[in-house]
Ligand binder design. Sequence first.
Ligand code: WQD
Length: 340
Amino acid sequence: MSKRVLITGATGYIGSHTIVELIKAGYEVTGVDNFSNSSPAVLEGIAKIVGKEIDFVETDCTDYENFAKVFEKYPDIGAAIHFAASKAVGESVEKPLLYYRNNLGSLINLIELMRTKAAGANIVFSSSCTVYGQPGPEHLPLTEQAPIQPAHSPYGKTKQMCEDILRDSVHAYGNVNVTSLRYFNPIGAHPTALIGELPNGVPQNLVPYITQTAAGIRECLNVFGDDYNTPDGSCIRDYIYVCDLARAHVKAVDRLLEKGERFEVFNLGTGKGLSVLELIHAFIKATGRDLPYKIVGRRAGDVEQVWANPSKANEILGWKAETPIEDVLRSAWRWQQNCC
Ligand code: WQD
């Protein structure tokens, strides 16, 4: 079975960290990206960490003809990890068509090309806990059996639709195998501070906004609401270290190539929920930095509280997210000091 893995969204936050772990595990990698929410400089960071340049093609996964050329150049692709997608909850509420076109179109092209051109149609999909919508308290912490409820944002809806498209493809095409990884909230950066989260423009996500505020790039952090039904009133999430998350992808590719399970889903989180205010105070404690913040109104599309029961991934993938939150936040701060 071919050990070459195609990574879409290769210069993105999770894609870049996953490439590092795949190469460490002995895989060959071909990366693709259109740099719509990342920079070519990420390739230099990856190369410094792994000690070699990775095979890379600049392409837009929604452009079928150009994307197909990648498979002509690399006919030995045995698996793919699909990260390429727009992923900001708030932005998706304002620009739904951009999210449907990009997130659904890129996936449909990938499936078509993997099933007809690749050496092995094994696909790991970058999904999200947002597919669960706002789970009822009786379903927390979330297992993979929790009900899929109406998503609170077009972003979450695209993840639900993409999983349906993949499930239908596994059913229709005998050679397609899929593992869907439902992430909770990835944060932090590689220990070398050579790669990390680097969204274009104003950060949509909490931790990069925190580190840019601590660095004086942003004046003050806005906390989107403290009137939720949680202990301190702010939203609760399961913040998982991006390097732990990346290692789960290697385990998922290993399993697909060895066992070829048709369709599997795993929740990837720490199993511990933290509120926005708790995370802010953990950052201050971990780094000693002051962090000006103020409470403002709620953000459209936000769910109140969600965190994982990761026992299925722990047991079946032999994987566990165990990096302490203070170490993770220090890695984010080191990256902020080094990157910008
Ligand atoms: C976290 C909390 C905000 C910014 C993310 C990704 C999404 C998916 C799920 C993987 C919320 C609050 C934020 C700020 C704030 N990940 N916040 N001030 O919305 O949970 O979704 O994880 O697939 O791709 O976007 O993460 O970091 O945007 O927000 O108060 O300036 O922080 O309201 O409660 P979210 P986030």
